[in-house]
Design a protein around this ligand. Sequence first.
Ligand SMILES: [Zn+2]
Length: 106
Amino acid sequence: MQNLDIRKNVLLLRNGLRYFLTPEEENNLKKAIHDGEVKFDVQGAFITYGSIDGIFKPADIDAVDKIKRGWWQCKYGKWHTKIETCKCGFNKLTSADDIRKKYGDK
Ligand SMILES: [Zn+2]
C-alpha cells in the first residue's frame, strides 16, 4: 500500500501519476489554472492542462485506491475487502434484547 502524506493534497494526472503538492505549489497551480494557463511546471515535470485529472485530498485518493482493489464502503462508513462481509451493524447491537429484536426469538 502506498504511503500517503496526510498533510498534502495530491495532483492526480489522467495517466495515474501523482504529485504531493506543498500548499504553495497547490496555490500557484490553482491560480495558473484560474488564469487560463495550459502548461505548468510541477516539481520539474512539464504538465499540460489536459493531462490533469484534478487536485484531491489524500483521503479521496486513498478511497480511489481501495475501490480499484475491489474494496467497498458499507453504510457505516467502514471499508471492507472484496471478500469481507459487513458485520458493522451486528457489532452495534449491544444487548440480547437488541439481537432478539433484529433476529426474533428462535
Ligand atoms: Zn461494514
